[in-house]
Design a protein around this ligand. Structure first.
Ligand code: GLU
Length: 304
């Protein structure tokens, strides 16, 4: 497995130089586009990594997986009265469907959907962002995971579009709490800094029927795990989810920090990170690394 990861890292490096680092959140624009990390965490508890796998980066929309998981744990199926379950076919920050669909976002992985999910958590926890940080620490076994204050401040300063979505949903009665509080909490969760190694370990419960190896607990039920993986498959890579599903075929979630986490159910989780993005907002080199990884899985169906 270590030789797969090393060889995928070397081959994916050829994609460095394509794409552009996200600049609509100015703090993210400072990221080095030459970074590339890959980490694989198997259900047997083995971690394999290459390149910048240990470097913390802004997880951004990957936080939406943890937000959704916490909201399903606390609100169950009632959550789906507030947010839909279908791909949007639109950019992650689009407002167009929200007006037509009366403030109910298409799915929990577009910004509007994650803001609604955050609103549910604001109603359930005193400090949901600190709770999420704590969950990320426990699931990854890394107590030094932090919310990046500079990224949080930058997102808050440039919040107009997310604020527009939140106010529209509030006007339709789909947000219970104050817009500012919900947005601050949402940005705070997106501003968590984690490495590829942290993320591959933290989200391994999705490959292990909901069982979190780091804590020894069943974090979610097998059925809920299957459902979260399904939403990742259909909605995890913005409006390019179909392309990614065809090329890689694994449930995955990307973020504009350049990270992508993918799940091989029953076997392992893999996280790739490189900051330069394509037009859909997905990392060019990380997508390629995961494509190469899927090809290795095809070639070695029994390993790991
Ligand atoms: N915090 C980012 C935003 O709301 C998340 C975007 C993303 O990673 O898709 O704009």
């Amino acid at each position: 497995m270590q030789s797969w990861v090393d060889s995928i890292h070397a081959r994916a490096r050829t994609r460095l130089g394509s794409g552009r680092v996200a600049s609509y959140i100015p703090a993210l624009a400072q990221q080095d586009p030459e970074r590339l990390g890959i980490a694989v965490y198997t259900n047997a508890g083995e971690l394999y990594s290459a390149g910048d796998a240990g470097v913390p980066f802004s997880i951004q929309s990957i936080a939406k997986v943890l937000l959704l998981t916490l909201a399903l744990r606390t609100h169950g199926e009632a959550l789906w009265q507030r947010v839909g379950l279908n791909p949007s076919g639109m950019p992650f920050n689009s407002l167009a469907q929200l007006e037509a669909e009366r403030g109910k976002p298409r799915n929990p992985f577009i910004n509007a959907g994650a803001i609604v999910v955050t609103d549910r958590l604001v109603g359930s926890f005193a400090t949901p962002d600190k709770h999420l940080q704590d969950v990320a620490r426990r699931l990854s076994g890394n107590v030094s995971i932090l919310i990046d204050a500079e990224v949080l401040a930058s997102e808050w300063q440039h919040r107009s579009r997310n604020a527009a979505a939140a106010y529209l949903m509030k006007a339709f009665g789909n947000l219970d709490n104050e817009v500012d509080e919900v947005l601050r909490t949402y940005f705070s969760c997106c501003a968590l800094s984690m490495s590829c190694s942290d993320l591959s370990v933290a989200l391994n419960f999705l490959a292990a029927d909901g069982h979190a190896r780091a804590t020894g607990e069943r974090f979610v039920s097998p059925g809920m795990t299957r459902r979260i993986n399904s939403i990742m498959s259909t909605c995890g890579l913005y409006d390019a989810a179909g392309d990614f599903a065809y090329r890689v075929g694994l449930p995955a979630k990307s973020g504009v920090g350049g990270g992508i986490v993918a799940v091989v159910p029953g076997r392992m989780t893999v996280c790739a990170w490189s900051p330069a993005l394509d037009e859909s907002g997905n990392s060019v080199a990380a997508q390629y690394a995961l494509e190469l990884f899927a090809e290795e899985l095809d070639a070695h169906p029994q390993e790991a």
